[in-house]
Design a protein around this ligand. Structure first.
Ligand code: SF4
Length: 664
């Protein structure tokens, strides 16, 4: 096609020449004439190249092809602004030689011309062309993969630390490498080969630098304050710069040309470089003489009030507005009216959130901050979604066999029906974008757990308690008919509850009941066996609230004895584990609940929202917290320093009231 176009251009040029001066033509400026002359020369050179291509060899190695293409095209196109970009494609052609040698384990592969042309065309088609400001002016922040084929005068590659770049090699826990080899030999990528991909990414990042390359390895892990060491890539780059192997100890400005260590505790840039903005000028003044700080604060009080207040608050032993205590009266009143005991019906989970971590409660319930959800293809089923499906399908299945239905129906019929109900619900809930194989694994796991659950239920179906009610609402739920609501008076507060009871089992004479709350995660070690309490220092109050609900719902008026249970369908392990509580345990918990709710109610109304990094149910609950990033890595130190504050000590009484401290 290219040669056809060139030919037509040449013919047109010839025809124009033949027309001579017969037709009227606008006069050309000198500049325009020069531009056309240059274009014509380029056209001619290109044409010559295409002609010469007819005599190109039939097969060469990849590096030889790259050299040949460069030799042929450079005279015509070497001065073009995009030649630099094109030369990255030639670099890629050259590097294919290395790849093919590694695969074949031998000498250079002979590549036919047609294959080279097709590869070149593919690479050119995938080339990203810097448009407008992007890549030409200003700073561009890109992932290494998206910088492919681009060139920049200066490239800075951060994160060259051990375990980060290259990233730590980890097997995919869902499909191990040996399983990948067995499922689709050669077609499923192996995680152990990831190191080669990382090397390629690093090479691409390095090649993107036209004039200057800065590799950065931080010695401090920002998220944990732990020390980090430079990665192998960083050390190899340092070795290349030095011309000899360099270890961690050898990373000094004296032994590695171009190496520079920057101290983290230097708050301002050195005097030898220009300050980029006013804040750097201020920092430089303070770094030179700390007495400049109060002087600057006098000069710009509005700017310095917050940071100086924050700095003072860090060292105080009591809670401050910077770390968990809201002092503004109107703000406290506003919060109390929105989420306090007087705000109307509350769910058990709202109280549990506060008891778990008051700061979490503040971010989630007051600020209504939500976790950022990246729109990416799902790699697994979100636990919360899976939980919803499990609740719905258990309800649908058990509604088909109420009362003695479970006991009286043959096990095979129940199994078949459960599978059918489950399959329909599971398939309708498939997360968008999840791979077939991963989805199959998720479904199999859940079906297996359900089968075990049915076995568990059948085994205990002789206990005189049959499933009778499912998702039974109580209190005032939005969008539903009002139901009687249980309430608890706690000091100056009155809490009115609302919610749904997952399941209520009843005895034949309807005098005994068991309230059940389903969970699809693991039963925490703090609650397994005889560990823990019904209330877990306020972090688990659903069962006692369900018990109170039964006392106000009319159909349970004759019930004399109520037991409770958290029933864990541990889908990932296929285990079914129940944590049951006797009538006496629930009664004792109900007696302790008002005291604990009083502390929660006072805390919310008094604006006490400090961060609590260790929970009663999960000791390291921050690991799963959506707000970990906004909470700050110094939260544990902050918590320790403020432990003597009256409000924090009062909060600590939750565990004491519940008898949890003594048990531990
Ligand atoms: S990260 Fe921990 S301390 Fe911070 S809000 Fe979450 S649970 Fe509370």
């Amino acid at each position: 096609r290219a040669s056809g176009r060139l030919k037509r251009a040449e013919e047109r040029a010839g025809a124009e020449a033949e027309r001579g001066d017969d037709e009227e033509r606008p006069e050309l400026s000198v500049a325009e004439a020069e531009r056309r002359l240059a274009a014509a020369k380029e056209l001619r050179a290109g044409w010559e190249s295409v002609r010469a291509a007819a005599a190109w060899p039939d097969a060469l190695s990849w590096p030889e092809w790259a050299d040949l293409v460069e030799d042929k095209l450079a005279p015509a196109l070497g001065a073009a602004p995009d030649w630099t970009l094109f030369s990255t494609v030639l670099d890629e052609l050259r590097s294919l030689g290395e790849v093919s040698a590694r695969i074949s384990g031998g000498g250079a592969e002979r590549v036919p011309r047609s294959r080279m042309v097709a590869t070149l065309a593919d690479a050119l088609a995938a080339l990203s062309h810097p448009e407008g400001r992007f890549g030409r002016d200003g700073v561009t922040i890109l992932s290494v993969a998206s910088a492919r084929g681009l060139r920049f005068p200066l490239v800075i590659v951060p994160g060259l630390e051990e375990g980060k770049f290259p990233s730590r090699l980890r097997q995919d826990p869902l499909v191990l490498d040996r399983e990948r080899r067995r499922i689709a030999p050669g077609r499923l990528p192996l995680k152990s080969e990831r190191v080669e991909e990382e090397k390629l990414l690093f090479a691409m990042a390095v090649r993107a630098a036209e004039k200057r390359l800065v590799l950065v390895a931080s010695r401090l892990d920002e998220s944990s304050d732990r020390e980090r060491i430079p990665s192998g890539f960083f050390l190899r780059a340092a070795s290349a710069a030095r011309g000899a192997a360099v270890g961690y100890d050898g990373l000094t400005a004296e032994s590695v040309p171009g190496f520079r260590a920057v101290r983290l505790d230097r708050i301002a840039p050195p005097d030898t470089v220009a300050a980029v903005d006013e804040s750097e000028v201020r920092l430089r003044l303070v770094a030179r003489d700390p007495r400049a700080l109060p002087a600057l604060a006098l000069e710009e009080p509005a700017l310095f009030a917050g940071p100086l207040g924050f700095d003072r608050a860090r060292w105080e032993r009591s809670l401050t507005p910077f770390d968990g205590r809201i002092t503004a009266r109107d703000l406290r009143a506003w919060i109390a009216a929105r989420v306090g005991p007087a705000a109307g019906p509350v769910s058990a989970s709202r109280i549990e959130d506060y008891a778990r971590c008051p700061y979490l409660f503040y971010l989630k319930r007051v600020v209504e901050l939500e976790a950022w959800d990246e729109a990416a293809p799902a790699l697994a089923w979100e636990p919360i979604e899976r939980g919803r499906v499990v609740h719905a399908l258990l309800e649908a299945f058990l509604r088909e066999f109420p009362g003695p239905g479970l006991r009286e129906t043959p096990a095979e019929v129940l199994q078949e029906r459960l599978r059918a109900v489950a399959r329909a619900r599971i398939e309708a809930a498939r997360p968008p974008g999840i791979a077939d194989l991963l989805w199959e694994i998720e479904c199999d796991r859940l079906l297996e757990a359900l089968e075990r659950w049915l076995g568990f239920e059948l085994e205990r179906s002789t206990q005189d308690l049959d499933p009778a009610f499912f998702e039974r609402p109580f209190g005032r739920l939005p969008g539903a008919e009002d139901q009687p609501a249980p309430s608890v008076t706690a000091g100056r507060h009155r809490f009115e509850f609302r919610g749904r009871i997952d399941r209520i089992d009843l005895s034949l004479d309807r005098r005994r009941a068991r309230v059940i709350d389903y969970k699809t995660g693991k039963l925490p070690a703090s609650m397994s066996g005889d560990n823990g309490t019904v209330l877990m220092a306020g972090e688990r109050i659903q069962i006692p609230i369900y018990r109170s609900a039964l006392s106000v719902l009319p159909e349970f008026a004759g019930v004399e004895s109520i037991e409770g249970e958290y029933l864990h369908l541990e889908v990932n392990d296929g285990e079914i584990r129940a944590r049951s509580f006797s009538k006496e345990e629930l009664e004792s918990a109900a007696a302790r609940l008002p005291q604990m709710l009083e502390i929660v109610g006072d805390g919310i109304e008094d604006g006490v929202f400090f961060a609590r990094s260790g929970g009663s149910v999960f000791e390291e609950h921050c690991k799963w917290c959506d707000f970990l990033r906004v909470c700050g890595k110094d939260r544990v130190r902050r918590e320790e320093r403020k432990a003597g504050d009256g409000a924090v000590e009062r909060f600590g009484a939750l565990a004491a009231i519940d008898g949890l401290e003594r048990k531990e």
